[in-house]
Write a protein that binds this ligand. Structure first.
Ligand SMILES: NC(=O)c1ccc[n+]([C@@H]2O[C@H](COP(=O)([O-])OP(=O)(O)OC[C@H]3O[C@@H](n4cnc5c(N)ncnc54)[C@H](OP(=O)(O)O)[C@@H]3O)[C@@H](O)[C@H]2O)c1
Length: 313
């Protein structure tokens, strides 16, 4: 495994991080908790030290499972969780009001079974709360020793600028993969310039970039990933399949899994600190971790770029 410093923090994180959205059990189909615990533990055994979770994943379930999995291994992991998505009056809503965050952080610490959260991230912006109020509260939580560093997620360039002018933001967690390169326009350059770390989500496009889907999958009704990742539907599905074919050829050349090509492409983009990759089984976690053992050649990167331009224009 390789490690990189996260932004201007003192955290050294693995270039492949473990995402735990699916482990929450409420969006990606049925999951088995015992297997989820073994998945997290296998990831850690393979050198993955960055675990990304959120109260929103299964209404706290993912955090509880992470807490169980890291018992006795706390010193081996960097825990990243989030705030700002809460259940109010039976509805899931955005809330970044200071009093809500104060409650959320204590609930997360309890579920995770830890004294401090290494990276506390705003999950989604909340247009009804001044960003300054939210960040000032997060600074208080940092001063109180409940969190170590502040990060954000799903922020555009304007919000990034505003946040960085209020306090130190060590990382941004955006969607970024070969299927969604939106952040390259203005957010990625801004983070690079300011030394803000980037933790990518949807690194495998929800599984598409593993090359395992030969046809458009029909998910069980409790697996709602195609509502979040639009590449499972036309017209993006056909384009994704064309690109995956190119990744497949490169993977075959080097005798590695297709997922490695997608993860390594991300980690070879200037400014990316770590690719967060979701895993549901110990085998997936182990396979994804192993991508850190090699890198794409410049020629392979050029082949991917040319294919991308041809397919997406
Ligand atoms: N901040 C945000 O708003 C936000 C939003 C989305 C995600 N995230 C974070 O980012 C993490 C990563 O994104 P993601 O989980 O949504 O999507 P992803 O990493 O693109 O895809 C993960 C899924 O791909 C499949 N997979 C993974 N490795 C595989 C392998 N080696 N072989 C075959 N299949 C494999 C698994 O599902 P199947 O086996 O069921 O196919 C897995 O659940 C999340 O878990 C979460 O922590 C954050």
């Amino acid at each position: 495994m390789r490690y990189k410093r996260l932004g201007n923090s003192s955290l050294e994180v693995s270039v492949v991080g473990l995402g735990t959205w699916a482990i929450g059990g409420d969006f990606w189909g049925k999951v088995d908790d015992d297997r989820s615990i073994r998945t997290i533990q296998r990831a850690v055994d393979c050198g993955i030290n960055l675990i990304d979770t959120a109260p929103a994943y299964g209404g706290g379930h993912a955090e509880r499972i992470v807490g169980q999995a890291i018992k006795g291994r706390r010193d081996k992991v960097v825990i990243a969780t989030k705030c700002g998505i809460v259940k109010q009056g039976g509805r899931i809503t955005r809330n970044l009001k200071p009093e809500s965050i104060r409650k959320e952080v204590d609930d997360s610490l309890t579920r995770l079974g830890v004294d401090v959260i290494d990276l506390y991230q705003i999950h989604w912006p909340d247009a009804n709360t001044p960003l300054e109020d939210t960040l000032n509260e997060m600074v208080k939580l940092r001063d109180a020793g409940k969190i170590r560093y502040i990060g954000v997620s799903n922020f555009d360039r304007k919000l990034m600028e505003e946040a960085a002018s209020i306090t130190e933001i060590v990382s941004l967690q955006p969607q970024y993969s070969l299927l969604d390169r939106e952040i390259e326009k203005d957010i990625l350059p801004f983070c690079r310039e300011k030394g803000i770390g980037i933790l990518t989500y949807g690194s495998l496009g929800g599984g598409i970039l593993t090359g395992k889907f030969k046809e458009r999958p029909q998910f069980d009704k409790d697996d709602r990933r195609e509502n979040f990742y639009p590449f499972f539907k036309e017209p993006l599905w056909s384009k994704a399949m064309e690109l995956v074919e190119v990744l497949r050829q490169i993977a075959a050349e080097v005798d590695k899994p297709v997922a490695h090509v997608a993860i390594n492409w991300l980690n070879q983009q200037d400014g990316v600190t770590s690719a967060l990759v979701g895993a549901k089984t110990p085998e997936q976690a182990e396979q994804n971790a192993a991508s850190a053992e090699w890198e794409l050649s410049q020629e392979q990167l050029d082949t991917i770029e040319a294919a991308y331009k041809r397919i997406y224009g």
